[in-house]
Ligand binder design. Structure first.
Ligand SMILES: [Fe+2]
Length: 384
């Protein structure tokens, strides 16, 4: 049994004005502040934050990350920080999953780059791409998510992407890369656009379902996954329908955090196995991939032949998950309904000829039932 390390967690509405005090408490005097630009910079909270940092005499450099982070984005940030904030001793990441992943990689990059003389390239430390292993050196990271999706604020890996025919979507990973502190401030999630709210929420729900059904699930992840599904079941339908209340945002932020804890310990299934090659080939938001695939994938789990020795257990688990989510009758139908109205894969440039290679690269991760390549291909075809 394995339960991954977690950050210290606070749930604290309106936390930005307190950030200088939190930084002092964590011993950080010169932070890099990583944001996604639009998500926070155009909002009142950005003024609250910068006023608080300037008023608190905190020396900081702000770094903007747009879209899913590439190795180049991380390398450029590390170069800029070493030149403009050489005493940088911590990272604050405020944004969606991409921003927190970028912050995690920049924190590690700053610590690792300081050790070598030659030009630093984070690509060399990526799983399946690089030739070096990270040794765990990193700067302390404080993660403040503004979307409820990936749960990156709870995990030890940062996903970096290079999109295109030779593209990849790979992790920088080490136990010490778990953020020191994750702060869920539901007010930072309020105003998140409906499309992003739905796609992110479906990522979190997919992660909770896949980790709960994983062969690596255990008593701790079971408890947390069911609690996460209950929170998502309370919040997601209202949020998807346009309710932007602090209470629902808090529940969904908690569900996303718990999905991160569960995936870090129990792993994920075929939806996430396919999401990596899909996201590497064309620029499609990760949450949209999850939303499109999770309904058909869960239907496949229900229909899988009974020869699988874990079948009985899986059926009971699916029922428990559906009950926790508040949809005991027809989980796949409900999941399909959540994806209705989202653009399908072909809208992002995917073509049928790409499916065999996507399936070849995908694998099954910790999926609860065995699927052959034809079944995986059918899954992708269905949402093309
Ligand atoms: Fe995900």
């Amino acid at each position: 049994m394995k339960v991954a390390a977690q950050p210290q967690l606070w749930i604290k509405p309106g936390v930005l004005a307190e950030l200088p005090a939190i930084l002092r408490q964590e011993g950080i005097s010169a932070p890099a502040v990583v944001t996604g630009g639009r998500s926070i910079r155009g909002r009142e909270e950005w003024g609250v934050l910068t006023d608080a940092l300037v008023g608190g005499n905190v020396d900081f450099l702000d770094i903007t990350v747009r879209g899913e982070p590439s190795p180049e984005v991380v390398n450029t940030a590390v170069t800029d920080l070493r030149r403009d904030l050489p005493d940088c001793d911590g990272v604050v990441a405020i944004g969606g999953g991409s921003v927190i992943d970028a912050g995690k990689a920049i924190a590690a990059g700053m610590a690792m780059a300081g050790k070598g003389e030659s030009a630093f390239d984070i690509t060399r430390y990526l799983e399946g791409v690089g030739d070096l292993q990270p040794d765990g050196s990193t700067l302390p990271l404080i993660a403040l998510p503004t979307t409820a999706g990936t749960g990156s604020e709870a995990t030890k890996n940062a996903v970096l992407s290079s999109v295109g025919p030779e593209g990849f979507k790979k992790s920088l990973r080490h136990d010490r890369f778990v953020p020191r502190l994750a702060i869920l401030d539901p007010r930072l999630h309020m105003g998140c656009p409906p499309g992003i709210t739905v796609a992110s929420g479906m990522d979190a729900i997919t992660q909770l379902l896949e980790s709960y059904l994983s062969p690596e699930a255990n008593e701790i992840t079971d408890a947390l996954a069911l609690q996460g599904l209950r929170a998502a079941g309370r919040a997601f339908p209202g949020l998807a329908g346009g309710d932007d209340s602090e209470e629902l945002r808090r529940d969904m932020a908690l569900a996303a955090y718990l999905s991160g804890v569960c995936l870090a310990s129990a792993g994920l299934g075929v939806v996430h196995a396919l999401a990596s090659p899909l996201g590497a080939l064309h620029a499609i938001p990760h949450g949209v991939v999850c939303a499109l695939l999770v309904g058909p994938a869960m239907e496949g789990v229900i229909r899988a032949p009974a020869k699988d020795h874990r079948r009985g257990g899986i059926a009971a688990r699916l029922a428990a998950a559906a009950e926790a989510l508040g949809v005991p009758e027809d989980l796949p139908g409900w999941l399909r309904g959540c994806a209705q109205g989202l653009p399908r894969l072909s809208s992002y440039g995917f073509s049928p000829s790409e499916i065999p290679e996507i399936v070849r690269q995908g694998g099954l991760k910790n999926h609860p039932v065995t699927l052959d390549e034809g079944q995986c291909a059918a899954l992708v075809e269905e949402v093309l």
